[in-house]
Design a protein around this ligand. Structure first.
Ligand SMILES: Nc1ncnc2c1ncn2[C@@H]1O[C@H](COP(=O)(O)OP(=O)(O)O)[C@@H](O)[C@H]1O
Ligand SMILES: [Mg+2]
Length: 422
């Protein structure tokens, strides 16, 4: 493990023992309190350098405890998030339902966090030394600490405790993707491709699942509150009933065009060809993410291939929306020249992007605002593989058909929950 300060260990240990306390009686807890008293010389528990003064032996003990705990939780099987899971409790949630949901969310988050930590731990040393990757590691350690510090069982009953825990989680993990992507761009050349792919794929899929569990939980609580204020809605956590797909496409189109204005000072129309009235029950945040990435690629292709003859920036990217029962299909068709065969082979790889190699010819990068990478039109090479991850979560699909020299069709297929679940 790569910890900056032993202070962290002590915090995590506190939680660990507090949690074990319920299983193995007072003995360990008492030991822990005594240990804290004996080893913490000052009121705030820190020495002058801001670190805990713990003897080597105690330090070693703490370290192995945490490692054991991480290994333990990382081994636990995690069931995939399904529509069944998302619809098991519907708003308004009863008190016991809130409690059951808290147990599930915290336990699942613990398992995911430990898996993330273990995977980072297993990376070669040279990779973990990278400051950006070490930052990701510290963040997950701090998440572990927070999760373990929830009081069992009372904290789980307490609505506000859960809300602040989950809100903090979302805030803390907001920028992890940028951090990690930046880290991997720096170390990629020292590390073999297959391993990077496997690590990132698992890491990012776990991250998506964690965020979804948290947003779902918060959503259910908020919908319950609103119900008690007399406001009813059709939503079940992250799941939205009967979302108007064309409106979402239009919103995303406008957003991506705003990004294009910043990056390229140009725009491309997005036209809905079919399915203006189609509604579908789905997770809008996931679909929004995928639509954004796909449209970013299509608009970029139109802009970069536009010239005075083809006038591609005036030619719309075409979106067709079709629904059959509980299956939704969206085709996004662009005329931006297609994907070269060499790129096609690698386009689902993390960190693969044609942006860097073209840097000098297009000059577009000069317009990309620093620090805003995730929202930029392109460049991180995480767009398509992340879309695949989002789509495959609920048995959806993302397929790309490209006609090199002409354009690209992206097919999004989503399966919704069955009627009985809603
Ligand atoms: N619609 C498209 N038209 C042309 N090329 C595309 C299209 N979509 C994707 N690509 C190619 O695939 C690469 C990877 O895409 P992506 O994963 O979104 O990463 P990024 O956009 O950050 O480069 C892009 O750099 C681009 O070369
Ligand atoms: Mg992209």
């Amino acid at each position: 493990m790569h910890l900056r300060s032993s202070y962290r260990y002590a915090g995590v240990l506190g939680g660990l023992l507090r949690q074990r306390y319920q299983y193995s009686g007072f003995r360990q807890f008492r030991w822990y309190s005594r240990w804290r008293k004996e080893t913490l010389p000052r009121g705030d528990g820190k020495n002058n350098s801001g670190r805990l003064d713990i003897p080597f032996e105690a330090h070693y003990k703490i370290r192995s405890h945490i490692e054991m705990l991480i290994q333990d939780y990382a081994k636990k099987p995690i069931p995939p998030i399904t529509y069944q899971y998302l619809t098991q409790y519907k708003p308004p949630l009863q008190n016991n339902e809130q409690y059951m949901l808290s147990i599930q969310t915290v336990n699942l988050l613990l398992c995911y966090t430990c898996r993330q930590l273990q995977a980072i731990q297993n990376l070669p040393y040279i990779v973990v030394l990278n400051p950006n990757i070490e930052l990701t590691n510290s963040l997950y350690l701090s998440t572990l600490e927070t999760l373990l510090s929830v009081d069992y069982p009372y904290g789980l009953h307490h609505r506000d405790t859960m809300v602040s825990l989950l809100t903090n989680f979302l805030e803390e993990h907001q920028d992890t993707l940028t951090t990690l992507a930046a880290g991997f761009q720096e170390v990629m050349k020292f590390y073999d491709h297959e391993h990077v792919f496997r690590f990132l794929n698992l890491h990012l899929r776990n991250r998506i699942s964690m965020k979804m569990l948290v947003t779902h939980h918060l959503g259910l609580l908020e919908q319950t509150d609103r119900f008690h204020q007399g406001i009813t809605s059709n939503d079940i956590g992250v799941l939205y009933k009967d979302l108007k797909i064309s409106s979402l496409v239009e919103q995303v189109g406008e957003f991506v065009n705003d990004l294009c204005s910043i990056s390229y000072d140009r725009n491309v129309p997005v036209k809905i060809m079919e399915g203006h009235d189609v509604t579908f029950t789905c997770i809008p945040t996931s679909l929004e993410y995928v639509l954004t990435e796909v449209l970013k690629n299509s608009l970029r292709a139109h802009i970069e291939h536009s010239n005075s003859e083809n006038l591609l920036t005036q030619k719309p990217v075409e979106v067709t929306i079709v629904r059959n029962d509980n299956e939704l299909q969206i085709r996004i068709r662009d005329f931006g020249g297609g994907i070269p065969p060499a790129v096609e082979e690698k386009m689902f790889d993390y960190s693969y992007s044609t942006v860097a190699e073209k840097k000098n010819d297009t000059g577009a990068e000069a317009y990309i605002l620093p620090g805003e990478n995730v929202n930029n039109v392109s460049g991180m090479g995480f767009g398509l593989p992340m879309c695949k991850a989002y789509m495959e979560m609920f048995d959806g699909r993302l397929d790309i058909q490209s006609l090199w020299g002409w354009g690209t069709d992206v097919y999004i297929k989503l399966t919704g929950p069955s009627k009985e679940m809603l």
